[in-house]
Design a protein around this ligand. Structure first.
Ligand code: IPM
Ligand code: MN
Length: 366
């Protein structure tokens, strides 16, 4: 039987609770579709940091490279100063393992409430490919004259040609894969007639950040010649915030920089029913990838059984797609949808069921 070696990082707050549900679902899908997983758990997170002062050592980071995938709950602790765990654990993992794509599908399912009036599941179904290795996240910059009234702080938006190229390559390929079976239903009639099967929209700010988006624009235009079936499009990030609300049906695959991607995917998550349902994958197409719900550790809700595990469960679905267990991934998706039909809400504490019950219901549906 196919066995996957998985590193599990339950993390802090509600992380362990939702990860437990995800693993229950993973086991059920494995039993049905003929695979299993061997798992090793790692206690990286705020709790360990407060006890031992350790964040994440290079040896620990390297030890993760031998796994087929990493499944992470959430890292973040109210008693730890902002930046320590984010930089020391989460970003160290993403950067250290060169997970240069942050894949964030945005899909509104039936019976899930969206705050957008007059929009339904037929309008909200797109994927954000967030670049995950560059931008202001690299930490490049400095502080001059610290503590004086002449203090100057810089954090630089850095992108190399190679980073832009590999991200766009992934995004174009993703569009092709997404529509290999079913050409995009939301393309306009003209676009379909012109032979397009999918669309890639760059989200940038090329009217101000001319260096960086000059590079992105140029590489995107050059590369698009290799993908004549992919319609390319562009929006400034501010306009993108308008259209993600007013006309989300315009989008198929959006590709964007690290910081803009961070911001627009929180906005997008709200439109798909909130943090309780938003999954993500940090992908290194040639290395080890890490899957995590978009939400944080929500420490005030720890141990109460009120957290929505569906984001973590849909994250398992993403992980299985990545591991090429497409049927199992599909079965999880269908099971999640039928559980959603029974839930009162996707919001924390308002689901009508406990965290554990939702996990059990998904398992029963598989
Ligand atoms: C996310 C988070 C992280 C990010 C933080 C916790 C470092 O907001 O995964 O979106 O900014 O990428
Ligand atoms: Mn974020």
């Amino acid at each position: 039987m196919k066995t996957y070696h998985l590193a599990i990082i339950p993390g802090d707050g509600i992380g362990p609770e939702v990860v437990a549900q995800g693993l229950k679902v993973l086991d059920a899908a494995g039993a049905k579709f003929g695979f299993k997983s061997e798992r090793q758990s790692f206690d990286f997170g705020g709790t360990r940091y407060l006890k031992t002062g350790q964040v994440l050592s290079d040896d620990e980071l390297n030890s993760l490279k031998s796994f087929d995938a990493i499944y992470l709950g959430a890292v973040g602790h109210p008693d730890v100063k902002p930046g320590i765990l984010e930089r020391g654990i989460l970003l160290k993992l993403r950067f250290g393992l060169d997970q240069y794509i942050n894949l964030r599908p945005v899909r509104l399912y039936q019976n899930v409430a969206t705050p957008i009036k007059n929009k339904g599941p037929e309008h909200i179904d797109y994927v954000v490919v967030r670049e995950n290795s560059g931008d202001v996240y690299t930490g490049e910059g400095e502080i001059k004259n610290k503590g004086t009234t002449n203090e100057i702080a810089t954090q630089v938006m850095v992108y190399s040609y190679a980073q832009v190229e590999r991200c766009l390559k992934y995004a174009f390929e993703y569009v092709m894969k997404r529509h290999a079976v079913l050409p995009w239903k939301n393309l306009s009639e003209e676009e379909k007639k012109a032979g397009f099967i999918g669309k890639l929209t760059l989200c940038g700010k090329n009217n101000v950040l001319t260096n960086v988006f000059g590079l992105w624009d140029r590489v995107m235009n050059e590369m698009s010649r290799q993908y004549p079936k992919v319609k390319i499009d562009y929006f400034h990030v501010d306009a993108m915030c308008i259209f993600l609300i007013e006309a989300p049906e315009r989008f198929d695959v959006i590709v964007t920089t690290n910081m803009f991607g961070d911001i627009i995917t929180d906005l997008a998550a709200v439109t798909q029913g909130g943090m309780g349902v938003a999954p993500s994958g940090n992908i290194n197409p040639v290395g080890v990838s890490m899957f995590e719900p978009v939400h944080g550790s929500a420490p005030q809700f720890t141990g109460k059984g009120v957290a929505n595990p569906l984001a973590a469960i849909l994250t398992v679905k993403l992980m299985l797609e990545y591991l090429k267990e497409g049927k199992a991934a599909q079965a999880i998706d269908v099971a999640v949808q039928s559980v959603m039909l029974k839930m009162k809400s996707m919001l924390i504490g308002q689901m009508g069921y406990t965290t554990d019950q939702i996990g059990d219901m998904v398992v029963a549906n598989i």
